[in-house]
Structure formats: C-alpha cells, structure tokens
Design a protein around this ligand. Sequence first.
Ligand code: NAI
Length: 325
Amino acid sequence: MKIAFFDTKNYDVAGFEEYGGKHGMKFKFYETKLNADTADLAKGCEAVCVFVNDTVDAAVIDRLCELGVRIIALRCAGYNNVDIAYAKDRITVVRVPAYSPYAVAEHAMALLLTSIRRIHKAYIRTRDFNFSLNGLTGFDLHGKTVGVVGTGKIGRIFIDICRGFGMKIIAYDKFPAKDSGIDYVELDELFNRSDIISFHCPLTEDTYHLISHETVGQLKKGVVLLNTSRGALIDAEALLEGIKSRQIGAACLDVYEEEGDVFFNDFSGHIIADDVLARLISMPNVIVTSHQAFLTEEALNNIAETTVANLLAFSNGEKSGNELN
Ligand code: NAI
C-alpha cells in the first residue's frame, strides 16, 4: 500500500516507517497540509494520512476519490476537520480514538501549574540571574474547585490528577458517565462555581464557542481557563476581552481557533498576521503551546501502530473498529 502522508513533522517519520515498513507500506511524506490545492500529491496512492489541521472537506474528498484514494487515515482522535457526512459512501475514514489520554491530561496539569505558580516567568528570570520573587505569588490548588467539561478518556484522567491535588471537582458532560461518582452539574453552574475550568469535550455544533461574549460574564471572576481540546470551544476575541476586563484570571491554551495557519510552524523573526493571537501571547497571564499536548513518545508510538493497523485491516477487507463512517 502507498500512503500520501500530509503535514509531516520529523517526529512522525521514524514510527511510521518502522510499523508500516513491517507490512510493506510505502509512505510519501509531505510537509504541506492536505487541502484542495495539494490533494493531487496523493496521485498513485491508495491512502492518505492526515492530522488535525489538514482540510478534508467535500472538494478534497471528491478529488481524492477521483485520484483513486480509498481511505483517509486520521492519525489523531478529533475529526472536526473532516466532512464525515460527505465522506459517507464515498471514502473510508479511520482515526486513532485513543493514543495516550495521559499525555493530554498531564499536559493540561503542566500548563495549569506553570501558569498559577508563574514557572514560565521564574525560568526566564533565573536564567538571567534575576532571583527576585516580586510578582511571582501564586495560589494553592488544594481546596479549589475545578470544572471539567467533557468526562471521557482525557477528562477522567484529568479528574484523577486533580483529586491527587486535593481539589474539589465538578463536571459537565452531555452524556454523563453513570455510577462514576463524578459530581455532574449544569454548564451554567459549572461556569459560575469553578476557580479553574478545563475543556475535554469534542468540537461540535453544541460546543462551538462555549466561552463567548455572552458566557464570559457567567464565569467566576479570576477563573483560570485550560483548553487542550479544540480551539473553537473558546471565542478567542471574547477570551481577550475577558482577560482585559480581568474577569478571566489566566488562560492556558494548547489549541487556538485559528491555529491551522500558525501552529506547527516556525514564525520566529516574522510578523504574525493574527492580531488576536499576538495580543493573547503578549499577556502575562496567557500561556500558549502549539497543540503539543499529545506529543509524548508513548503517544507517537501508539499513533503509528494504530494507524498502520487501521490501514492493514482496510487492505485486508476487515474492520478495525476505528472507522468513522
Ligand atoms: P472522549 O470521546 O473519550 O470524551 C469526550 C467526552 O466529551 C465524552 O464524555 C462526551 O460525552 C463528551 N461530550 C460530547 N459532547 C459534549 C458536549 N456537547 N458537552 C459536553 N461534553 C460533551 O474523547 P477524549 O479522548 O477524552 O478527547 C477529548 C478531546 O480532546 C478530543 O475531542 C480532542 O478534541 C481533544 N484532544 C486534544 C489533543 C491535543 O493534543 N491537544 C489530543 C487528543 C485529543
């Protein structure tokens, strides 16, 4: 099987060559993202392998089908960038539903601790031999209320981590997990009561702009927002306003609404066109990582292994269980 691999980073290559090579798979690694302009690169391939910021809309699906591509293998869990309804009956779409929920949950906690204990500021200071503590006062997590939106694989692990810190946990999920012992509340109440809110739900029509100009006012003053899920859960302009008005005390973002144009690329030395992102990054109480939460050795191995297994099942006419249509 020949596979056109889009949005390739050097950390992707070794695992895919190792697992795919064992089964005679040949990868054509492209740095560019998949979109209507680049779809033709899949010519001669039976499969494409894509990530979170590739565009898999109707036009791309049509072109891939014309080229003879039969399967789109997402090497990620979220699939909001794929027109699944359009792909139905046209092309198979598979994903990696879980590769390391620990990686993401642990990154969320890493961001939270960095933010509230000012580690990012302290690191820069001591490297410059500045040992002053002025402005580095944090707060204890113990006893604080954390609101978790989405209690699936990642949300549940994040809850366990928070329990270890002695935090009070409340949660909202459209489909609450029965008998989980989790204290579920309505979203309004979660917004109202939480000192910290962490998002672990998928991006859907229901969850688009959960944090918006309308809902910022419902948040507890000084709340810390953590988003390691999908950028568009938060209206970035509303977030900026909330930070400027001091309603939002801090934000830790591993994802950003318009990240597709920026994340995974080196723009140091360039002038960023996205004013909202530039302004957010300039804030002392905002930390941005560029969709890095998944990036552990364990997760990369699982991604490569599961994607290769998905492709193998397809080429053998079997179901992997990871089909989206
Ligand atoms: P999951 O499918 O195990 O859990 C998602 C939870 O969200 C489920 O409990 C579901 O009932 C709930 N949910 C669905 N609709 C909802 C709604 N309208 N309101 C509230 N909750 C709702 O997914 P998992 O593995 O825990 O991943 C969560 C999200 O994390 C993914 O959708 C993905 O967007 C993101 N993610 C981010 C990564 C990163 O590197 N930053 C890596 C992997 C996933």
